[in-house]
Ligand binder design. Sequence first.
Ligand code: NDP
Ligand code: A1CAB
Length: 271
Amino acid sequence: MNQVGKIGVVGGGKMALAMVKGFLTAGLTKSERVIASVHPDDKQSLKQFEQINVETVVENAPVVEKSDIIFISVKPQVVPIILPEMRPLSNNKLFISIAMGITLKVLEENLSSEARVIRAMPNTPALVRSGCSVFARGTKASQVDGELTKSLLAAIGTCEEVPESYFDAITALSGSGPAYVFVMIEALADGGVRMGLPRDLAYRLAAQTVLGAGQLVRDTKEHPGLLKDNVTSPAGSTAAALKVLETAGFRGTVSNAVEAATLRCREISGK
Ligand SMILES: NC(=O)C1=CN([C@@H]2O[C@H](COP(=O)(O)OP(=O)(O)OC[C@H]3O[C@@H](n4cnc5c(N)ncnc54)[C@H](OP(=O)(O)O)[C@@H]3O)[C@@H](O)[C@H]2O)C=CC1
Ligand SMILES: O=C(O)[C@@H]1CCC=N1
């Protein structure tokens, strides 16, 4: 635990809170070694950081000054506002930006030339240490910085180093992906309720079904199509359901959703 320096969070919102709670649950750091800037208007985040005994401040400067590793977790539109504030304090600090669409080039150009910068893309299941994250290193970030980032993000799920060119598609797939899956879980449960199940049972079964199906793909490494075939009995109920999904363009719709999110990331990146 001692090797992880003091962690700062600039923009203590939903994703930052999920990560910090994950770090604390993983025993990677202690609440007194974390500091977060939280907007006074974001009363909910303020309360939640206070509940986990993390020091909160309204200014970003003290976060940078007091920390070794600083997570940039404001919305992409706010990044150009906060980088100039942080620049004079950013020498020799490690910055890990999780902001959608904000490139390493933009981060490096707007922080001190001595700042070490990493771009990461986590997702909200980090809260329960089942997230998946990727990261890419900037020009000044060393292999040791990469290993440190990996140790932090791997404590809250899986973590891989990837080329930065993958980031827009990854943001669209795994960054935003939990939202698509939550819609799926809600829809599965709604269907069950429509067919007469109690709501709480329907949510429990829907959540466990998604979790189990994901684990089956991950652990067996079988093709998802084969696993789908294993569920689908000839002239059975699954085949009847799949016909409805295929007729409605389920696959194409999900795939198009990933494309739409990727294009939005590219737009933010100015590509
Ligand atoms: N949510 C997710 O699943 C994921 C999000 N991300 C990225 O994480 C970042 C944050 O997203 P998310 O947590 O959802 O958003 P939130 O809006 O919950 O968090 C951002 C926080 O930054 C605060 N803020 C606004 N302006 C400033 C400022 N000038 N200085 C300091 N803090 C400020 C906001 O306050 P206020 O609300 O008052 O404006 C808010 O509390 C985004 O860049 C997003 O792309 C990445 C992966 C997944
Ligand atoms: O919706 C967004 O812009 C962010 C990026 C990934 C998840 N949430």
